[in-house]
Design a protein around this ligand. Structure first.
Ligand SMILES: Cc1cc2nc3c(=O)[nH]c(=O)nc-3n(C[C@H](O)[C@H](O)[C@H](O)COP(=O)(O)O)c2cc1C
Length: 177
């Protein structure tokens, strides 16, 4: 049994939902799992965990600056533990962007940090037009128009492949045996 910390960086909550799913998959494997926001900075408690997983979403081409702050501050500890990272974006719904080696956001992310997660994943996120501001809805609809995605302003579409999330949970669980 391992004590696993799952940290999320989210704006609209979908990355948190994926983290909750990972927790629900890992606990029956016998692991003790805590899910927390990266903004809470659990620095004081980080040492308590045997393994650390971080998930973060993309907004206008970028992961949150808070994610990079956190990783820079804790890179040594992160590199000492079994660890994993996943990135969430809508462009990951396309086959060409669906793997860590081919996803441009993941590649850019890895170039900026000294942490080397043991496991990596890229998950397709969610579009939820009704909850966006006018500006965000306009921008995302425009991007969807040029990339062949949904443009109905009422559309709520979850692109996440939950089977892929399950496979990732199995890798994390096995890493900590
Ligand atoms: C304002 C906004 C900007 C976004 N920018 C991008 C982007 O540049 N590239 C991309 O692939 N997805 C983009 N997305 C899609 C999000 O990554 C996707 O909705 C994801 O599920 C959000 O996860 P979260 O709810 O955890 O923040 C954007 C979404 C919003 C609302």
């Amino acid at each position: 049994m391992a004590r696993i910390l799952i940290l999320y960086s989210t704006t609209d909550g979908h990355t948190r939902k994926i983290c909750d799913r990972l927790q629900a998959l890992l606990e029956p494997q016998g692991h003790q799992v805590e899910v927390a926001s990266i903004t809470q900075d659990p620095a004081a408690t980080l040492e308590r965990f045997d393994a650390i997983v971080i998930g973060a979403s993309i907004r206008y081409g970028k992961h949150s600056p808070l994610l990079f702050d956190f990783i820079h501050r804790h890179a040594r500890l992160l590199n000492e533990r079994p660890s994993a990272f996943f990135s969430v974006s809508v462009s990951a719904r396309k086959a060409k962007n669906s793997r860590p080696e081919t996803n441009p956001y993941m590649r850019k992310f890895l170039r900026r940090i000294s942490w080397r997660p043991g496991q990596l994943a890229v998950f397709a996120g969610k579009i939820d037009y009704p909850r966006y501001t006018f500006f965000d809805r306009f921008m995302i609809r425009f991007i969807m128009l040029i990339t062949g995605g949904p443009t109905d302003p009422q559309a709520v579409v979850e692109f996440t492949d939950w089977g892929q999330v399950e496979a990732f949970a199995r890798l994390i669980g096995a890493q900590d045996q």
